[in-house]
Design a protein around this ligand. Structure first.
Ligand SMILES: Nc1ncnc2c1ncn2[C@@H]1O[C@H](COP(=O)(O)OP(=O)(O)OP(=O)(O)O)[C@@H](O)[C@H]1O
Length: 258
């Protein structure tokens, strides 16, 4: 007998949230698999960030479920979902500005290894933890910034540090919400390179909310399109980008509902 296929890394079933009479996410059914980077696109207000918030546990759905490796996590807190392998990069809110770049990474490594979040503890002096933090910094091209205070970094390097901290957490599912927002044109390629490295060197599941279609085109294996909270397209990037719904959303303004 053939072995049962493994469940998706992440799945949403009929995931729905209403704010008053407004349906912000509307019965979204979608499965995400390891080794795949899925871009989530759609016009402003389509429900992309709300969908992320429902997956990561910042919001509770009105209806539907979130499953991680087949396990229903809908009733769990955001922190419990993180422990089950869901990792989300928040726009700079996770950084400790008064600590160095290396200390920020070390805290993530420490906490993942169950050694607490105290920088002065005995665990914090363990050389294996420091070495691991340094390896992440090297991999993420941040070794040169190792001793700089996170709060004093230029914006682009803070965003890089945020990606590096998520990489140090080693989640199964990486969630990026507009990782290049507010970056200058010359800083964008570095972030894309870091995300590409995560995608190419690991068998992780990556979700990316992104407005810039050139970024999506470069990174995505698959694109899903949200519009008025509903999933309206799902497929290969070239095919989805060429579809009338995306052409209208990005080149011709708002999409009219059929
Ligand atoms: N807490 C909330 N209370 C009421 N309405 C909300 C709330 N959060 C989001 N919404 C509404 O839900 C809809 C989806 O918003 P969301 O921010 O998810 O869209 P988005 O696709 O991420 O947009 P953008 O691309 O502009 O970031 C919008 O109409 C928004 O006003």
């Amino acid at each position: 007998m053939a072995p049962a296929p493994s469940p998706p890394a992440l799945e949403t079933r009929d995931l729905t949230i209403r704010f008053g009479g407004h349906v912000a996410v509307d019965a979204v059914n979608c499965a995400f698999h390891p080794g795949t980077l899925t871009a989530i696109v759609g016009p402003n207000g389509a429900g992309k960030t709300t969908y992320f918030n429902l997956i990561s546990g910042q919001l509770r759905p009105t209806d539907g479920q979130v499953l991680v490796r087949g396990e229903d996590v809908t009733g769990l807190t955001a922190a419990a979902r993180t422990r089950r392998g869901l990792g989300r990069a928040f726009q700079l809110t996770n950084l400790f500005p008064g600590l160095t770049v290396r200390e920020n990474i070390r805290l993530v490594v420490q906490s993942r290894r169950g050694a607490g979040m105290d920088l002065l503890s005995r665990a914090a002096r363990r050389t294996d933890l420091v070495d691991e933090a340094d390896a992440v910094l090297a991999r993420m091209s941040l070794a040169g910034r190792r001793d700089d205070l996170a709060g004093a970094l230029p914006h682009g390097d803070q965003r890089k540090l945020e990606v590096a901290m998520l990489a140090a957490l080693e989640p199964d599912v990486f969630m990026f919400d507009e990782p290049t927002a507010g970056m200058s044109v010359d800083e964008v390629p570095t972030i894309l390179d870091l995300i590409r490295r995560i995608k190419e060197t690991t068998d992780k599941t990556v979700l990316l909310v992104e407005h810039k279609m050139d970024v999506v085109r470069q990174l995505a294996d698959r694109i899903i399109v949200l519009h008025n909270g509903a999933l309206v397209a799902d497929g290969e990037p070239a095919e989805v980008i060429a579809s009338p719904i995306v052409q209208e959303a990005y080149l011709g303004g708002a999409i009219e509902h059929a």
